[in-house]
Design a protein around this ligand. Structure first.
Ligand code: UD1
Length: 375
């Protein structure tokens, strides 16, 4: 039986991965520090598969991490601090967990006797910065990051959108492929970029196959509904569940690429089992852009509440306007296609939400962001 270790395996995506690995006949160890922001009271979550061998440990603890890793055949490196906004003021912590934690992993593999035959690293679309764009007149370009001020209220769409650097006309967003220049817009995005680069570099140097999966906006059951630093779907659901309106930054017409967690897990299993994936980077997204306002409205309707989202027309620093995946590479090399349409996935997510508590701490985060001049 092949042995797999999943760092961060008690988290949202990692725990689903454990289920799939066990179902596919792997023996699974989880190495996770049970970060209190994600796991209140540092308790092992109920949803974690009872067949995993659980080790409470931090990727910053070299010794413990080494002892955990060496007997395994494959490593999924999912442990990370994940709040984009929060990373802009907890810089040391984000660099420590994400970059030094990854450095430990690689140092261990280079300097210890081990059996590891492949590493799959969870990278992020956030490292792209702005997604690719096209001006109808002047052609395709990679937009620079927007240099907008916090605290100013602007209603005109033109202000928020990406403009052509040549003629100044509003551009349209087009799919972003893996060769696109990375242009990280937050400390979180910088650390995710470094994780990927470090893993690929050391993997190639020492002949350990690495696969980097750039996740787009993943949603599904087990997303923490009480951690206000998580992704937009969980934050909105928590707001609506508590009869509060979702709060939208900018004008709501910024877009993201939402992908169902079960589809992400299939991509991970393919990355593990296919040799064609070795040393490759893949976008893991649906390939379809959806506006944040649309997500908010869909959730209000699906949850059966007559709540209207509140649009702030304010900028949250570190946010990009548009980015959605070019999915041709993963389709071609790994024959991967998403299977769950957004509407069905959101309905399933909401069904699950009815079974768990949701503490709405959004106001606290907003206050923090304002104090740090990030909004
Ligand atoms: C998210 C994840 C990141 C992951 C990336 C790719 C978080 C905090 N971010 O980043 O870890 O790597 O996807 O999968 O989990 N928004 C609102 N109101 C809110 C919250 C967000 O309008 O209450 C808007 C933001 O301004 C932004 C969009 O929604 O325009 C998406 O925000 P967010 O969910 O934080 O996602 P990403 O930054 O895309």
């Amino acid at each position: 039986m092949k042995k797999v270790i999943v760092t961060g395996g008690a988290g949202f995506i990692g725990s689903h991965l454990c289920d799939a690995l066990i179902e596919n006949g792997y023996k699974v160890t989880v190495f996770d520090n049970l970060e209190p922001q994600v796991h209140p009271g540092q308790l092992i979550p109920d949803y974690l598969n009872k067949k995993v061998n659980f080790i409470k440990g931090d990727v910053r603890d070299y010794q413990k991490f080494r002892d955990a890793i060496v007997g395994h055949d494959f490593v999924f490196h999912f442990a990370a601090a994940v709040g984009v906004g929060q990373s802009q003021y907890q810089i040391s912590k984000y660099v420590d967990v994400n970059i030094n934690g990854t450095a430990n992993l690689l140092d261990i593999l280079v300097n210890s006797k081990h059996k590891v035959k492949k590493i799959i690293v969870a990278a992020s679309m956030s490292s792209y910065g702005e997604g690719m764009a096209k001006c109808e007149k002047c052609g395709i370009f990679k937009p620079l990051l927007r240099n907008l001020s916090e605290g100013i209220i602007v209603r005109e769409r033109h202000y928020w959108e990406i403009k052509c650097p040549v003629c100044g006309k509003m551009a349209i967003s087009i799919p972003t492929d893996e060769k696109t220049l990375l242009d990280a817009n937050s400390i979180y995005a910088v650390t995710k970029k470094e994780q990927e680069e470090m893993c690929i570099l050391i993997g190639k140097t020492y002949g350990i196959p690495v696969v980097s999966l750039r996740f787009f906006n993943v949603y599904g059951p087990r997303q923490s509904l009480s951690n206000p630093y998580t992704g937009v779907t969980a934050i909105f659901i928590s707001r609506i569940k508590n009869n509060n309106p979702p709060v939208i930054f900018e004008d709501g017409l910024q877009t993201r690429d939402f992908i169902w967690v079960g589809d992400v897990i299939r991509a991970n299993i393919l990355a593990l089992e296919s040799e064609k994936a070795n040393y490759e980077i893949f976008n893991v997204g649906s390939g379809k852009p959806v506006s944040i306002l649309k997500i908010a409205k869909m959730l209000c309707v699906l949850m059966g509440k007559s709540i209207q989202p509140v649009i702030t027309y304010k900028f949250r620093k570190g946010d990009v306007r548009h980015c959605f995946a070019d999915v041709r590479k993963i389709k071609k090399l790994l024959n991967f296609k998403t299977t769950v349409p957004l509407k069905d996935g959101l309905a399933r997510l909401i069904n699950w939400c009815q079974t768990v508590d949701a503490k709405d701490d959004f106001e606290k985060v907003l206050k923090e962001l304002k104090e740090k001049k990030l909004v």
